[in-house]
Design a protein around this ligand. Structure first.
Ligand SMILES: Nc1ncnc2c1ncn2[C@@H]1O[C@H](COP(=O)(O)OP(=O)(O)OP(=O)(O)O)[C@@H](O)[C@H]1O
Ligand SMILES: [Mg+2]
Length: 502
């Protein structure tokens, strides 16, 4: 061999030995031709222990290769490199990962003459990869399982993630949101930009704000929002929003406020009732006296007496005063009810016949929306009629004589209640007047047109009959008053209800 050739060979051997990874040169029949120094060190073998051996004899100490697929076949057929991951456990129980890279060495005809196999220990990377995956899986489980709605969007507002709680709140599936929804669509117009502005002003962290979101159906939902911007290398990459649905909380707050208002109202009614009862009692006796003597005087007068008209006027006015006192007594619940068991629909029908003043109802359409279920109530039917008449008269006057008056009855068996709704298409009641309409003498009508005793009387009579009266709706489109009664439960005769069930 000439010197030049020696030099060339020496140089190639040096390259082979300086490879940082343990490396073998094999023939296509898998017999080992050479191993570099690092290989010998790493596997603690001598060169002559490996030369001529098959790779599986060195790696696995096995006569046949235990691998189902051998990368050699692919390298030989494709004449290009490939790699394979090998996982194994050492005798001390350590789990190791090796990445093996197979590179073909071609002869002058372009056929695979040798295969170079480098072994790279990737145990550390693999363990890090596994740990990262575990953390990712864990975080994913936390986000997916969270009962709190979480949405992430990129800096352009494209949705990146919507967890199941957010899917439920917003009404989109995660996949649909990622493809078709932007963060701006999740809020009423202008809100998303304003949130982003606040977020930037508060250095990427918005602790908690009350805002409104819009769901897939276009419904606006009040929420509590916590948001933050995620930065990577000081660059804004995403925004995450955490939403708490406030509907339930607000409903409870509203109920509490209503209950407080009702309590205040009934306290006021009770003290006004006491006052009214006192005044009514004091006035009742002198009124009876005035009426008695005025009538007496009238009886003694001849028809052509010039003073007769004056005395008649006194009798009329005193009667009016007596009616007022009667109403006050009803309001302060000083009247004594005569209760019967009666169908609610029957009382409503009877009341309508009593109130039907043709002039007043000329342009009023009356709609009866009666439930045909059994709705027995234990009440004084004359008193309840008076209540209904008062409500109907108010409704018709609120409609200035033209519109639709609807009387609806229904029951709630679970609560044991029967209801009558009296709705009109009238002018409605201003919010600031609502707390006063049941007060005696509160009226918005012109003097002489109303005394303001209709609703206070109705209130007293309804309470006397163990019921409730309230305004359930009022706006410029009209008003609905609801009367609530206890359903009569035939305790002594259980068959009555049973028959009805059949
Ligand atoms: N259906 C209704 N629509 C609009 N406002 C109403 C309605 N019912 C009552 N109101 C308001 O409540 C006030 C009090 O009613 P209430 O029946 O006690 O007295 P009134 O109708 O004014 O007088 P009275 O009934 O003694 O003739 C009314 O003056 C009116 O302002
Ligand atoms: Mg009235």
């Amino acid at each position: 061999m000439n010197e030049h050739l020696y030099k060339e060979l020496d140089w190639r051997l040096r390259v082979f030995d300086s490879l940082s990874f343990p490396t073998l040169i094999l023939k296509p029949d898998r017999s080992i031709v050479s191993a570099n120094q690092i290989f010998l060190q790493k596997y603690a073998v001598e060169m002559d222990q490996v030369i001529g051996k098959r790779c599986h004899q060195v790696f696995y100490g096995a006569e046949t290769c235990p691998n189902k697929v051998c990368p050699f076949e692919k390298v030989i057929s494709d004449k290009s490199g490939t790699s394979a991951m090998r996982r194994f456990t050492t005798r001390t129980g350590k789990r190791l990962y090796e990445d093996r890279v197979f590179s073909p060495i071609l002869d002058d005809n372009g056929e695979v003459a040798y295969i170079m196999e480098s072994v790279r220990d990737v145990t550390r990377q693999k363990h890090l990869e596994l740990a990262l995956k575990e953390t990712e899986d864990f975080l994913e489980k936390v986000i997916l399982g969270s009962p709190i709605a979480i949405v992430a969007a990129d800096r352009y507002g494209h949705i990146l993630l919507m967890n199941p709680a957010a899917e439920e709140l917003f009404g989109y599936t995660n996949t649909f949101a990622i493809r078709h929804v932007t963060a701006h669509q999740l809020y009423p117009s202008g809100t998303a930009s304003s949130i982003m502005r606040q977020l930037k002003q508060s250095r990427g962290k918005l602790p908690s704000v009350r805002t409104t979101i819009v769901n897939a159906q276009g419904e606006e939902i009040p929420v509590d929002l916590t948001a933050s911007i995620i930065y990577e290398d000081e660059e804004e990459v995403a925004t995450v929003g955490i939403y708490t649905d406030l509907r339930e909380k607000l409903a409870v707050e509203r109920k509490l406020k209503d209950a407080q208002a009702q309590l205040a109202q009934s306290e006021k009614m009770a003290s006004l009732g006491q006052l009214a009862a006192g005044v009514a009692h004091e006035i009742n006796n002198p009124l009876t006296g005035i009426l008695f003597y005025a009538n007496l005087k009238l009886e003694k007068m001849v028809p052509e007496d010039p003073e007769r008209e004056d005395v008649e006027a006194v009798v009329e006015d005193v009667k009016r005063c007596r009616d007022i006192v009667q109403n006050l007594l009803a309001y302060s619940r000083q009247s004594s009810p005569m209760k019967d068991i009666i169908q609610l629909n029957a009382i409503v029908n009877q009341s309508l016949t009593l109130v039907r003043d043709p002039k007043m109802f000329r342009n009023v359409k009356i709609e009866r929306d009666f439930s045909d279920e059994m709705m027995l109530v234990h009440v004084d039917k004359n008193q309840i009629s008076q209540v209904i008449i008062n409500l109907v008269i108010n409704a018709v006057s609120a409609m200035a004589g033209a519109g639709t008056l609807t009387l609806r009855t229904y029951r709630d068996k679970v609560r044991g209640k029967a209801y009558l709704e009296v709705s009109d298409t009238g002018c409605g009641i201003a919010a600031e007047h609502l707390s006063k309409i049941f007060d005696p003498f509160y009226t918005t009508k012109a003097p002489g047109e109303g005394t303001g005793l209709g609703l206070s009387t109705a209130y007293g009579l309804i309470k006397e009959n163990k019921g409730n009266i309230r305004v359930s709706r009022t706006s410029a489109e009209g008003t609905t008053f609801v009367l609530e009664f206890e359903l009569y439960q035939a305790v002594q005769d259980p068959t009555a209800e049973a028959e009805e069930e059949m």
